[in-house]
Write a new protein. Structure first.
Length: 284
């Protein structure tokens, strides 16, 4: 299993890195679009759709992304859209996690399917727009999720249940603890401070997400804590859906890693929220 995971990771990096660092943002946007189409297919399968309907769902996702691309949305601020998306993610995730696994089948399937496709489309629009802003900005947003997940894993293993009596969400993801969440928050704060220092030391042309927040002063700390919490929420929402569907992974498209949704679940809320906070921190 480990060998398979490593091989898949190396292949993905060989595809992702050239697209990411290409002078034009177009190859990365196209690659991200393909990933969202695959994720939409997985979403259909998780929600009980057949093969044909799931493929059609992927095509609908591609159409939404391509339409916003050709309309020039990647270069537009879209402040209202990001505010609405952020509010929808906060309220929607809170409602879903409160209802738990048992509550998911009670949501009409049409609403579930459409909501997932819209979330994937908005995540694509956000990641493509972040790449248009600059590589440093995009990497800093992606690294936030990686740091939160990594620090949460190790702090959860080291301190899990040492300071609290209950798990974070035992019926959804039994392995997660509050200590892991707190460790993830500490890790993100350390990462942000280091990245801000590097931005200033190297006088970068395109600031990172953290430097944008730092310019607003008071916004930096609450924004990072909020983003870490929403990263966890994105992971828990996908776990809830998989548990309701009786699935361990969203698919087997990525051998050793599960499916595309398994790899981007925490990014789905984080990407649009990062654009929302960026617009709030620098409204001009």
């Amino acid at each position: 299993m480990l060998k398979q995971r490593v091989i898949t990771a190396l292949i993905l990096l060989a595809i992702l890195l050239p697209a990411l660092f290409y002078p034009s943002p177009l190859p990365f946007a196209a690659l991200a679009l393909a990933m969202m189409a695959a994720a939409a297919w997985e979403w259909g399968r998780l929600n009980g759709l057949g093969q044909g309907a799931s493929v059609a769902l992927g095509a609908i996702c591609v159409t939404l992304c391509a339409s916003s691309w050709t309309a020039g949305w990647l270069e537009q601020p879209l402040t209202g859209l990001w505010l609405a998306t952020g509010a929808a993610w906060v309220l929607g995730a809170a409602a879903l996690l409160r209802a738990g696994v048992a509550g998911w089948p009670g949501v009409p399937r049409g609403v579930r399917v459409a909501g997932g496709v819209v979330a994937l489309w908005l995540a694509w629009l956000a990641v493509a727009q972040a790449r248009t802003i600059g590589i440093n900005f995009l990497l800093s947003v992606l690294a936030l999720v990686w740091a939160a997940d990594t620090f949460a894993y190790f702090s959860g293993r080291a301190f899990g249940l040492r300071f609290t009596k209950g798990k974070l969400a035992p019926s959804i993801s039994p392995g997660k603890s509050w200590e892991g969440v707190w460790g993830g928050m500490v890790g993100v704060l350390v990462l942000a401070l280091a990245w801000i220092w590097l931005d200033r030391a190297n006088a970068v042309a395109v600031p990172s997400f953290y430097s944008v927040l730092a310019r607003a002063g008071w916004l930096l700390l609450p924004a990072l804590l909020f983003m870490t919490a929403m990263s966890v929420a994105g992971d828990l929402v996908e776990s809830l859906v998989k548990r309701s569907a009786g699935a361990k992974d969203s698919s087997q498209l990525l051998p050793g890693h599960g499916g595309v949704l398994d790899r981007i679940d925490a990014l789905l809320p984080i990407l649009p929220l990062a654009l929302m906070l960026t617009r709030l921190a620098s409204p001009s």
